[in-house]
Design a protein. Structure first.
Lengths: 140, 515
């Protein structure tokens, strides 16, 4: 579904898009589709193929591994990028904890999207570094 | 049809109300009636057909009906090749469309499509209260306590003909209300639906805002008339022959693209439209692209081919969540509002239930060939969950299961048209034996139910031919197996049989044999 026209303003505040100008934000917003999930609905399923790259616009989602809730994602957070980047099935369920509005890009388009927008790729890399740091902390 | 002068469904309380008489409303009403479910159908229109009573502007459909397909028109398998007929259980009412078409194109004309829908409604005796305009909605506690089927609440629909009440309402009102993005000056230019007779664009410079099918349809029609055509929107046009889905400009409308590629009179811009300024008898359109380059284009006409929204009236105020540019209602896999139980949707609105959308591939729920199946599945779902009428679940012999499932993925029209959304589900319960659960939303199979079972669907990854996917649920956990695509789209061969047999063996050995 093409995005609603308020999306450009919403994503302007997200760290992933912090380096973009107005027309660049507009162009990026229209590359994504918009999706909506009811409370309790699964967005990604552990072990089921065909994932995508999701950015949360409104609401919260839980990361659930082997039916155990791990952590919560909120507006501006994203998920699905690991399965997209590795071309593998998701290793967790993502479940809407509230009604959830997202932007979504199919996995096959993520590489082209990131290489065409190096500043977004850099911000994504920062996000992944943060996740790795938290995981390392948690393990130690 | 009701007799002349005698309108069916006077104002009052019904157990189920359907609003709309386009293909979605007609299909749902037919399927409900076949299941013996009483319901009222209300429509603002004077006759069946919905948006196909007016559009497409250039009077020809984008969906085909292929006359010669190697199967008889009355067979269920023919539905795969006929995207435009509504679905009938009885052979005599199937495949209404091919008999009505004049043979000049496998895309029916708009009048042929309208005639097809009217013919189906007439032959199958679908009753509609025409000229009855739904105006507003509220929710009240149900007077039929205990007997109420919607959790003790009724929806009250105020209409031009009086007040209707029901615990369950299905809205099949299309997605055809013109939408214009908030671009300064765009509010005063004609929309797709306001397109003038084509000859009035003779030798004019025409700026079309939007690069989807409606924009390219108009551009195609204007090729022999306009002096210059400019099509513009922020992101590049997608083409259906590239996406392998209905997403993108359909091949029929790609000619302006070639004209631009060969530097004819068509210009295609990936740019933000900043402002439309009135300038004498014409306009100046100010644009700025992602690289920051500004361009102002002087033209004689501007047309907003900027899409459509869902005419949900006051449903959002009732709590119905919407999303996306088309303001589609967010829906469960069974097309119930994700936020207001008891409100359902049929027809093209059901594209708001995205399903798994694996690999980014959407369902065909936005088009007649897809949503006609949704309506049939919804009728059964409503019958079971709201009226206590269980569907027939036939037993299948274990030995017949593999050929049956391969027949479904090779020729089952539901799976072909609703790839990745609908699946054929077989229950392999140890107690009850092997039963055919019918065609269900794949998402509901994956996210609910615990018994051992198998589901088959046909899926695409946007690159090559569709391929069967088998989901085996054993002891509550689901394993997914994608089979190889076949260049001739036939999955009945020995390799497929052997592969499916080995996938099913572990679950079949546990299922009870039929008595």
């Amino acid at each position: 579904m093409a995005v609603r026209d308020d999306v450009v303003n919403a994503i302007a505040a997200f760290s992933l898009f912090a380096d973009l100008s107005g027309p660049q934000l507009e162009e990026v917003a229209h590359l994504f589709d918009e999706s909506f999930f009811g409370q309790g609905e699964r967005i990604l399923r552990q072990g089921v193929s065909g994932s995508g790259f999701y950015i949360i616009l409104e609401g919260t989602a839980g990361i659930r591994v082997d039916n155990v809730d791990r952590s919560t994602l909120k507006a501006g957070d994203y998920f699905g990028e690991i399965s997209c980047l590795l071309g593998e099935v998701p290793v967790a369920d993502i479940v809407a904890q509230t009604p959830l509005r997202c932007l979504v890009l199919p996995a096959a388009q993520l590489e082209g999207f990131l290489t065409a927008h190096p500043r977004i790729m850099y911000r994504l890399l920062q996000g992944e570094a943060r996740k790795l740091k938290n995981t390392t902390k948690w393990l130690s | 049809m009701a007799e002349l002068g005698q309108k069916p469904f006077p104002p009052g309380r019904y157990r189920l109300i359907v609003v709309g008489s386009g293909p979605g409303g007609l299909q749902l009403s037919y399927s409900l009636t076949r299941l013996g479910i009483d319901h009222a159908v209300l429509s603002d229109d004077p006759a069946p057909g919905g948006m196909f009573r007016r559009w497409p502007v250039f009077q020809r459909m984008l969906s085909w009906t292929k006359p010669f397909a190697g199967v008889e028109h009355h067979e269920r398998a023919y539905e795969r090749y006929d995207w435009n007929s509504l679905l009938a259980d009885d052979q005599v009412n199937r495949a209404v469309m091919p008999a009505l078409m004049d043979g000049t194109s496998y895309f029916p004309s708009r009048p042929e499509m309208q005639k097809g829908l009217e013919t189906f409604a007439q032959r199958t005796g679908i009753r509609v209260r025409f000229g009855c305009r739904w105006e507003s909605t509220k929710e009240i506690p149900s007077p039929a306590v205990g007997g109420g089927q919607g959790g003790g609440r009724d929806f009250v629909l105020a209409t031009s003909e009086g007040e209707y009440r029901a615990p369950v309402v299905v809205f099949a009102v299309g997605v055809a209300h013109p939408y214009r993005p908030p671009i300064p000056g765009l509010e005063s230019v004609p929309h797709y639906g306001d397109f003038r007779p084509v000859e009035t664009y003779k030798d004019r410079r025409v700026f079309i805002v939007g690069k989807q099918n409606s924009g390219f349809e108009i551009a195609t029609g204007l090729l022999p008339w306009a002096r210059q055509l400019v099509l513009a929107s922020p992101s590049p046009a997608k083409l259906s022959v590239i996406t392998h889905t209905l997403v993108g400009v359909r091949a029929r409308y790609v000619q302006p693209y070639e004209d631009a590629a060969l530097a004819g009179g068509v210009v295609i811009l990936d740019t933000t439209i900043e402002e439309v300024i009135r300038d004498g008898a014409g306009y100046r359109v100010r644009t700025r692209n992602a690289a920051g380059r500004e361009l102002t284009v002087p033209v004689d006409d501007v047309i907003a081919a900027t899409g459509f929204v869902t005419p949900l009236r006051d449903l959002p105020a009732l709590g119905v969540a919407t999303f996306g540019q088309s303001r589609l209602p967010a829906q469960t896999p069974y097309w119930e509002s994700a936020t207001v139980p008891g409100i359902f949707f049929a027809g093209t609105i059901t594209q708001g239930a995205a399903g798994l959308k694996k690999h980014g591939i959407p369902s065909n729920s936005g088009a007649v060939q897809g949503y006609r199946y949704n309506a049939r599945v919804l009728a059964r779902h409503l019958a079971e969950t709201k009226f206590g009428v269980p569907a027939m679940r036939e037993r299948i012999d274990a030995a017949a299961l593999v050929p049956y499932l391969l027949e479904q993925v090779s020729h089952g029209p539901e799976l072909w048209h609703q790839r990745g959304y609908l699946a054929r589900v077989i229950n392999l319960d140890r107690e009850t034996g092997i039963t055919n659960e019918g065609v269900l939303p794949l998402q509901s199979f994956l996210d609910s139910g615990r018994s051992d079972a198998v589901a088959v669907s046909l899926e695409s990854n946007g690159q090559g031919n569709p391929y069967p996917v088998v989901y085996v649920r054993k002891e509550g956990s689901i394993a997914e197996h994608a089979m190889a695509p076949d260049p001739l789209l036939d999955f009945s061969g020995a390799e497929y049989r052997e592969e499916l047999r080995s996938l099913l063996e572990p679950v079949l050995s546990g299922a009870a044999s039929p008595a």
